[in-house]
Design a protein around this ligand. Structure first.
Ligand code: HEC
Length: 122
């Protein structure tokens, strides 16, 4: 084989390789694979507390004032990095504090879940 032929086949080979790469990228048969979808969904939900029952309770009862991530809003205080104990938070939720209304509806178990969630906010 002379050198021209070698160059010719090298270019042909590279071109074929390029075509294969383009083809694989455009028609990834695993694109819609459920596990990958789940991964993407997990990445979108960058919230570290996802699927936490405390988060659900917080979103339903507290986020309207304290913000969706407890970052506070206007005259409502942020709850991030708070130094309150679980028992102190439970008491505040149960009895209210200043402008914050009391939540007598929560059972002790829910208060604990909420208080532990609030303590972890950062
Ligand atoms: C209607 C608005 C409102 C809602 C709803 C609300 N809060 Fe509050 N919260 C406040 C206000 C206002 C304060 C500040 C009270 C004060 O210090 O006088 C406060 C204070 C707190 C504190 C004390 C913060 C600190 O550093 O002293 C905690 C903990 C707290 N809230 C948790 C919660 C939790 C958990 C919920 C949901 C169960 C909740 N709050 C729902 C308005 C609200």
């Amino acid at each position: 084989m002379n050198s021209k032929a070698i160059i010719f086949f090298s270019i042909l080979f590279l071109f074929a390789l390029l075509l294969i790469v383009v083809y694989l990228n455009s028609t990834d048969p695993f694109k819609n694979r459920p596990s990958q979808k789940a991964q993407t969904a997990g990445q979108e939900a960058s919230n570290p507390h996802a699927h936490d029952p405390g988060l659900t309770l917080f979103e339903q009862n507290c986020a309207s004032c304290h913000g969706p991530m407890g970052q506070g809003k206007g005259r409502y205080p942020a709850l991030l990095n708070n130094r309150l104990s679980v028992d102190q938070i439970k008491a505040i939720i149960h009895k209210g504090k200043g402008e914050m209304p009391p939540f007598p509806k929560f059972k002790d178990q829910d208060l604990t879940i909420l208080a532990q969630f609030v303590r972890r906010l950062q």
